[in-house]
Ligand binder design. Sequence first.
Ligand code: 5AD
Ligand code: SF4
Length: 424
Amino acid sequence: MNVYDTELISGILEESGFKKTSNIENADAIFLNTCSVREKAEETVFNRLNNLKSLKRKNPGLLFGVLGCMAQSMKNELLESKPFVDIILGPDSYRRIPEIIKERSKTNGSIVDTKLSKFEFYDNLFPSRKEGVNAWIPIMRGCDKFCTFCIVPFTRGRERSRTIESIVKESKKSVEQGFVEITLLGQNVNSYRTSEGNFSELLLDVSNIPGVLRVRYTSPHPADINENLLQVMRDKQNICNHIHLPLQAGSSRILKRMNRTYTKKEFLKLVEIIRTYLPNCALSTDIIVGFPGETEEEFKETLEVVEKVGFDSAFMFKYSPRRGTKASEYTDQIEEPVKQNRLERLIELQKKMSLLANQNHVGKIMDVMVEKESKKSEHQWAGRTDGNIWVVFDKTDENVKDIVKVKIDDTQGVTLFGHRIKLD
Ligand code: 5AD
Ligand code: SF4
């Protein structure tokens, strides 16, 4: 979502006459778009601000802006500890950036706007993107789920869904601009709901747009996955066979404390249903270790679920207390070395599972979309399978955006290696 928001902000600025510079030393304004989801993300922004401060000494007219979730959640700390920051704007205030830049040049002191809106969808504004095959299309913003560890409902505000019409319009425009893959985005993408239709209906409409070769979506909540959605995914070839299914924890007691609304058993059942509809569906996940009160036995349940499901890939995190969230007030916080140890054990297991999943693909012929030149060689392409796995193969006569058949010969780490197959 932040990648998209940055494209959107660039679009708003370019529309009002600003130009991007590739040399930061030449910039008249620098905006950092920030994330608050874990403490580490916030530390990165504070370090970055400290490093950028010297630029202001050289160019006193330089404007600094902090945008997004951290602006929302840490405005007071920012104002106090980083007085050289001129502009602080929350995730619903980007529309005002050009006006605020003008305002700021007339006044001294920082300008802060962190009002959250029930209505801001950034409709009719188009992001600035030029490269790649994929266009991100936000379909809903905010989250009402209130998982007890998560700051998103506080920084991004209440859930709101854009109209199908406006989403289809933006998707069509992206196709006209040359993008062939659409990724529907939302903090809670499948709780999308409007009077015109729900998520499955929207997905079907987007997959029916001529020129859309692939559709993805992220991130769904397991509780909002239903059979209707799986039917649509099964019936439409251009909807990618991949579901990001955040587990968060394997123990039902911890899941309850997280307010995740499903048990271990229900999660495993859902995986089974998904695999009945979509036998080859790739599954990825998010997992938190060391949530307050998590015992060694409960952590082992997470390992057990990871082993049972065999996720193709996973994002794994140590629990990080977030101010204002319920879990940060629990008195049984887990000590750092225990969290670190659990994270390392989980990563080790997941590495094995990813390798197993990838080894399963060796010998198969897979559809790969050519996306870019491989980083290692100008004679090779890198592209993704519809299950979201990167494949590297030697160039022949194909072009970027083509979907070609690749026979998988080998796997290393998370990447597959293969060669192009021409069937005719
Ligand atoms: N600590 C650690 N991980 C978190 N996530 C969200 N909040 C926290 C937190 N407080 C993780 C979840 C979520 C992903 C985007 O970030 O796994 O799915
Ligand atoms: Fe955070 Fe996702 Fe839970 Fe919403 S559903 S509170 S964004 S983890």
